[in-house]
Design a protein around this ligand. Structure first.
Ligand code: MOS
Length: 751
């Protein structure tokens, strides 16, 4: 497959020509009606070829130690029980942890209960499989596990965090900071947060002739397929992994959990399909979370607001045996110009559950410090916060010097300000009051990197003219199904109704899946390439076919439009050609590869958030009154799904500064709030009058579609705009999130 150049990206193509107007249209999500009517089978609900058994996972009741004894006699004798596994009764002949015996495996073996160690509270330590869920649950409660506890560290302490690689030091920060006429040195802290996907992690598995079929809920298809191949010690093509409908991922399903391997292994053991779903409690305690951070920001500026020194140093934590760094400082390297800069991270290893990716890992918590620090600095300088940011806008990447692919950060701020009515803001805090409520406005910038990863797409045209896309891509609720159909229809010049999209299947052409807001660009570019390849194939077929009206036409003059293959005034349908020449259908595989030329550009999605809040003068409660996001994310494929991605991120941003937090119990290392009643994600009543829009943009350095990721940039900076609005409303500068009433009250004037 020849790879494209930047000239190819910029040249007119079916996506930029958009002759049917399908690109950008607010097409409803294909799977929306299926999901809301309960007819989209989620992994746990997939119908099995014969009646399934049900698995229940038992979590450790200590935070750190060793399983020394298990009394499972009662569980084994309980009604309907088919199998009990734990560290002292484990499946035989498992491979070593991490073993990779097949070439090119993207994941190593994950044997179950391979060691007696407990590394975090809630870690799966036993498993019961029974004929019904009720029997499995009942039997699981009968298992008695004896532990030997060992000393543990449960409390995040930035002072104990160790430096990690990747510090960036440019110029002489300390000296420039010391010399700066205007300074700020403050510390922010963000709590542990959880994904709270509506659909829990779940797997349904069954075996037929040595091949296991696995329906599971994951963001990426290949790694779990390879993990099972290694764990089960069977060739990769004996693992058919599917993830067709997914009820939320947000990074938490970029990892897999014991439901995956336990379902496959127990199903093989009992020779019956098995279903396992994690409970809501297990989703909190036994999957991954966004770790807490403590971030020190130091800004030094001239009296007219030019940053001369800038530092963001972030401490965070992770599980002792699962290295992960929440890189809260990274985004800031690409944001504001300043000659002297220092950014880096430290890490405290703890004996609590695994820290990992959650929507916009790094930015989501990192922007809650710097974007508030900029607001504070603007205040000290007597400058409007937008003006301060404009004075420090970076013409090129501030650290690498790379040119921007395109950057409308300032446009987002100025255009958004106009639409929001920023001009009405009184810069003096606590100056606007409506009855019991202080009212204020705040803003913040948004930035998140844009990426393109290698991907493939299978395109098939059938004898009836139907265009079928098959791709190992996932739709975690973002709209992948729908935008893949839109790209295909416009590339092939056929109506949307003529396209069928099948994704979430390990048998299909691989993609990197959904994550890091790279999904649409990576999978979509492969779909585009596949469509163009199909056009070439069909054009050659028509030109060479004496029975075609296009017989003898020059292949490069053959066009695809209005559902037809055309040349000058002659045409036929795709179906007519294919039914005549290749009645069993025509298949091609498209492939998209990132190009080096493109990587020379600094590529990000940008935005600006504006929030208005009310702060209750009596209770300190903060209510969002309205919020607007202005974004620039390249060409927009679908006005509805793209806006929805952004507003979803913004809503999460509101939650992350006002209500969301997971507290760790210092005695057990468990997360104290383990359900949606006590983990306070925003609900409809919390979110009023929230909207987002996009500035016109095409990023012709990013990919052939000119698009950029929208999945994560919406949360970036959103919470900071709310926090800044709280300050403007009532003068409370709370740097320890979330901004709960108890933290606001001390700032409020006596009644
Ligand atoms: Mo994402 S949080 O990189 O799936």
């Amino acid at each position: 497959m020849p790879s494209l150049s930047l000239d190819d990206y910029a040249a007119p193509n079916p996506i930029s020509q958009n002759r049917q107007g399908i690109i950008g249209r607010a097409v409803d999500r294909y799977e929306g009606p299926l999901k809301v009517t309960g007819t989209a089978p989620y992994a746990y609900e997939v119908e099995t070829p014969s009646p399934p058994a049900y698995g229940v996972v038992v979590g450790a009741e200590i935070g750190c130690g060793v399983v020394t004894a298990v009394d499972d006699a009662a569980a084994l004798a309980a009604p309907g029980v088919k199998l009990v596994w734990h560290a002292l009764r484990r499946p035989e002949n498992q491979p070593e942890r991490g073993a990779r015996s097949y070439v090119g495996s993207q994941a190593g073996a994950k044997p179950v209960f391979a060691e007696p160690n407990v590394r975090f509270f809630g870690q799966p330590v036993a498993f019961v499989c029974a004929d019904t869920l009720e029997h499995a649950d009942a039997a699981a409660s009968l298992i008695k596990i004896t532990y030997e506890e060992t000393p543990a560290a449960f409390a995040f302490d930035p002072a104990q965090a160790e430096p990690v690689d990747g510090t960036s030091a440019i110029g002489d920060f300390e000296r420039a900071f010391a010399d700066a006429p205007v300074k700020l040195d403050e510390t922010w802290s963000t709590p542990i947060e959880n994904h709270c996907q509506m659909e829990p992690c779940a797997t349904t598995a069954w075996w037929e002739d040595g091949t296991v079929t696995v329906h599971t809920s994951v963001q990426m298809i290949k790694p779990p397929q390879h993990l099972l191949s290694e764990t089960l010690q069977i060739p990769r093509d004996h693992v058919h992994l599917l993830s067709r409908y997914i009820g939320g991922g947000f990074g938490g399903k970029g990892s897999t959990y014991e439901d995956l391997e336990l379902a496959a292994m127990s199903s093989r053991e009992i020779d019956q399909p098995v279903k396992i779903a994690l409970t809501r409690t297990q989703m909190f305690n036994a999957t991954v979370h966004r770790p807490a951070t403590v971030q020190r920001v130091r800004l030094g500026a001239t009296a007219d607001g030019r940053l001369t020194a800038f530092a963001l140093e972030a401490a965070t934590h992770c599980a002792r045996e699962a290295p992960f760094v929440e890189r809260a400082a990274n985004f800031s390297r690409a944001l504001y110009a300043a000659p002297n800069r220092l950014t880096g991270h430290t890490l405290h290893k703890l004996d609590i559950a695994v820290a990992s990716a959650m929507r916009a890992p790094g930015e989501a918590s990192g922007m809650l410090s710097l974007e508030c620090a900029m607001d504070e600095l603007a205040n000290r300088l007597g400058l409007d916060p937008i003006e301060l940011r404009i004075r420090n806008e970076a013409d090129v990447h501030p650290e690498t010097g790379a040119p921007h692919s395109c950057r409308q950060l300032v446009d987002c701020m100025t255009d958004g300000a106009k639409r929001f009515g920023w001009g009405k803001r009184n810069p003096k805090p606590a100056a606007t009051r409506e009855g019991e409520w202080f009212v204020g406005m705040g803003m913040a910038a948004a930035i998140r990197g844009n990426f393109l990863l290698p991907a493939k797409a299978g395109i098939r045209v059938e004898a009836d003219g139907k265009v079928i896309v098959r791709q190992g891509m996932t739709d975690i609720g973002t709209g992948s199904y729908t935008i893949i159909a839109q790209i295909t229809a416009e590339t092939m010049g056929v109506p949307l109704e003529q396209v069928v999209v099948e994704i979430g299947d390990s048998g299909f052409a691989p993609t990197p899946g959904s994550g890091g807001q790279f999904g649409a660009a990576s999978a979509g570019s492969a779909v585009y390439e596949g469509g163009m390849e199909m056009r070439k194939t069909l054009a050659a077929m028509a030109a060479a076919d004496p029975a075609s009206p296009l017989f003898g036409a020059a292949v490069d003059e053959i066009d695809f439009r209005d559902g037809l293959i055309t040349a000058s005034n002659k045409s036929e349908t795709l179906g007519a050609l294919v039914s005549r020449r290749a009645p069993s259908g025509v298949d091609v595989v498209g492939e998209s590869m990132p190009i080096m030329e493109s990587r020379a550009f600094s590529q990000h999605a940008y935005g600006a958030h504006f929030a208005e809040v009310g702060v209750n003068a009596v209770t300190g409660e903060v209510r969002l009154r309205r919020m607007l996001g202005a974004f620039a994310c390249g060409r927009i494929l679908n006005a509805k799904t793209a806006r929805s991605q952004i507003t979803g991120g913004m809503i999460w941003g509101v939650g992350s500064v006002l209500t969301e937090q997971n507290a760790v119990d210092p005695r057990y290392g468990s997360l104290i709030n383990q359900d949606l009643g006590s983990y306070l994600a925003p609900v409809h009543a919390d979110i009023v009058n929230l909207d987002a829009y996009f500035l016109p943009e095409v990023d012709d350095k990013a990919n052939p579609l000119g698009i950029k990721g929208v999945g994560e940039v919406g949360i970036c900076g959103a919470g900071a705009a709310v926090a800044n609005a709280v300050y403007n409303a009532c003068g409370a500068r709370v740097r320890d999130y979330p901004i709960t009433p108890d933290k606001v009250l001390p700032f409020l004037p006596a009644l």
